[in-house]
Design a protein around this ligand. Sequence first.
Ligand SMILES: Nc1ncnc2c1ncn2[C@@H]1O[C@H](COP(=O)(O)OP(=O)(O)OP(=O)(O)O)[C@@H](O)[C@H]1O
Ligand SMILES: [Mg+2]
Length: 233
Amino acid sequence: MSEGTAASRGEPSASARGVFITFEGGDGSGKSTQASLLAQRLSQAGYPVLHTREPGGTDVGLEIRELVLHHRGDIVPRAEALLYAADRAHHIATVVRPAIDAGTIVVQDRYLDSSVAYQGVGRGLDAAEVRELSLWATERLLPDLTVLLDIDETDARARLDAARKGFDRLEAESSEFHAIVRTAFLALAEVERDRFFVVDAAAPAEHLAARIDERVSQLLARQGLVPDDGRPG
Ligand SMILES: Nc1ncnc2c1ncn2[C@@H]1O[C@H](COP(=O)(O)OP(=O)(O)OP(=O)(O)O)[C@@H](O)[C@H]1O
Ligand SMILES: [Mg+2]
């Protein structure tokens, strides 16, 4: 048995651990909008916050993102799954895990559930295998909370059209593909009810932000996290 407390050994104590919150959902469901609003609110409340995303949360990840989202030409599903896993392995090891260990609230746009829904189910690879690949890549890091923004894929597509955003490799997939991905996300949420918070993403952004804030406040209270300046969150 090792001697001394975790703190005296230079390790973070259990209470110093931060929180890992991910946003999931189809393309155009509002993940980036809600992740930004949450990160802003937490940071204004005085919490240490890291707002990040996958793919592309590191320098290496930006190169992988470019490849996996914008490569012209085919990438076989297993290669696509491995590229996402490689991005994730580097991002979690060098950015996310150190931040959580330092007591930071990590707010992340997409994580392993996206791989399971898009590559595992959408691309027809085995969902359990793709999940296991991500868990291997991240030394089994699961979020404390995953907000699933659920919306009909045609409504989400209309939003992206209205924003006149160019489509990446995944966004350019058929409406059937996006419908399958949506169903896959909902099935994941059914299996892990404690981790997932499913919201109807067709609601106005401010309404969603308020619901998400409420859920996150419960989580922070449960984890005993208080803002740096001691003001209530
Ligand atoms: N609740 C909402 N109601 C209506 N429009 C919204 C809502 N949330 C976001 N939008 C708009 O929909 C578009 C897509 O939103 P956003 O970029 O946040 O989605 P996303 O899930 O991050 O998309 P992507 O998968 O392409 O990254 C944007 O133009 C955004 O302003
Ligand atoms: Mg986005």
